[in-house]
Design a protein around this ligand. Structure first.
Ligand code: HEC
Ligand code: HEC
Length: 330
């Protein structure tokens, strides 16, 4: 009996020591990590949205950790401990059926996009395999005062009625939009990625703003332009440049895109836009800036793709023109 107690007690003791060493002490240590620069606590609404994120199992398909390896560069700079100061327990995730969401508030800053995508991912990303979350929305005949209908494209909208987000959907989207990496000056990690010298919102292509392209050396490559457009722009403006009525303006026949003077076109891509009236329609949705993650050549390729597709026939631009606009903006 005594021997048995000694064995059991010994095993329990070893167990407690191991748990302290590999779980409890590291957890206490991590919880004392100071917040990174500009990292803010979640608001009440965002915290409520985080609970919806957990309850709906979003983490089964989405990580929130950018690793210091080249494959992860598309998602942003490597995650740092201070990023998670107000996000404990962390929702790091381990499975990436869908993209990492660490910086999705910067790459998809439009609440309208997030609502349409949650209502039916295929309405904005035709090839998506993400399940829909229609049960986070209500369909009503009459808009309640103060509510705005989600502009779900007709092919995906209910036959009658208007789609409005529930409180859960509003909280979830507030949380998604809060997921933005903050710049850490001079931050580098091993793995050869270098540090984030700019705010580098993650979009979908790896790009360090490149060395200036000598005048005359640039040739527009249509295939590159098309694939860069697909990776960075088509989620909102759609593959055929038709946009989504009431949410994202068409680039097909768009005055800025089809204008011989490319100034507005270039500036919009570099700096993003919000609250501009286009073709008589006032868009409430946000267009993200791309100056942080696309090089002058990549922006020229995308712009030239837009200027030569869907019936648009405007004069093409050079990386030098993009570089000049970039310099002017700073
Ligand atoms: C079964 C796996 C799966 C689940 C569960 C899932 N997603 Fe996704 N998600 C995807 C896939 C695949 C994509 C990429 C295609 C697309 O954009 O729809 C994606 C894309 C996204 C994007 C766009 C990211 C980007 O950078 O373009 C967001 C935002 C998102 N999901 C949020 C959520 C939220 C919020 C939940 C939970 C309510 C969720 N997802 C649940 C698979 C999933
Ligand atoms: C998250 C959604 C989203 C993404 C991604 C996006 N845009 Fe936009 N874009 C918008 C919205 C919304 C507007 C309208 C903004 C406004 O009215 O203030 C817009 C407007 C534009 C305009 C019209 C400007 C004008 O004044 O007529 C151009 C050109 C444009 N975007 C190009 C691009 C390009 C190129 C990309 C990819 C590099 C891109 N957009 C990615 C949402 C997006």
């Amino acid at each position: 009996m005594k021997k048995l107690l000694m064995i059991a007690g010994g095993a329990l003791g070893i167990y407690i020591v191991i748990v302290m060493l590999i779980a409890v002490i590291p957890a206490i240590d991590l919880s004392m990590t100071p917040a990174g620069p500009e990292v803010k606590p979640l608001t009440a609404l965002q915290a409520e949205g985080r609970d919806v994120f957990v309850a709906e199992g979003c983490s089964y398909c989405h990580t929130q950790q950018v690793r210091p390896i080249p494959q992860d560069k598309v998602f942003g700079r490597p995650s740092a401990p201070g990023d998670f100061a107000y996000q404990t327990p962390e929702l790091l995730g381990s499975e990436r059926t869908g993209p990492d969401l660490t910086n999705v508030g910067a790459s998809k800053p439009s609440d309208v996009w997030q609502y349409i995508h949650l209502f039916d991912p295929r309405a904005v990303v035709p090839e998506s395999i993400m399940p829909n979350f229609k049960f986070l929305f209500r369909v009503v005949d009459q808009l309640p005062p103060g509510e705005t209908a989600v502009p779900v494209p007709a092919a995906f909208a209910p036959a009658t009625g208007k789609v409005i987000p529930t409180q859960q959907a509003k909280a979830l989207v507030a949380y998604l939009l809060s997921l933005k990496q903050t710049p850490i000056p001079g931050y580098t990690m091993n793995g050869g990625m270098g540090g984030a010298t700019t705010a580098a919102p993650a979009a979908t292509t790896a790009a360090a703003p490149s060395a200036p392209v000598p005048a005359g050396a640039y040739r527009f490559d249509a295939a590159t332009g098309a694939s860069l457009y697909a990776a960075n722009c088509s989620a909102c403006h759609q593959a055929g440049g038709e946009g989504i009525p009431g949410a994202f303006p068409p680039l097909k026949g768009n005055a800025a895109v089809d204008d011989a003077d490319p100034t507005l076109h270039i500036d919009t891509v570099l700096e993003g836009a919000h609250g501009v009236t286009i073709g008589g329609v006032a868009y409430t949705s946000v267009m993200p800036p791309f100056s942080g993650q696309l090089s002058d050549t990549q922006i020229a390729d995308i712009i030239n793709h837009e200027r030569s597709s869907w019936g648009n026939q405007a004069k093409s631009v050079t990386p030098a023109e993009v570089a000049a606009a970039r310099a002017k903006a700073h």
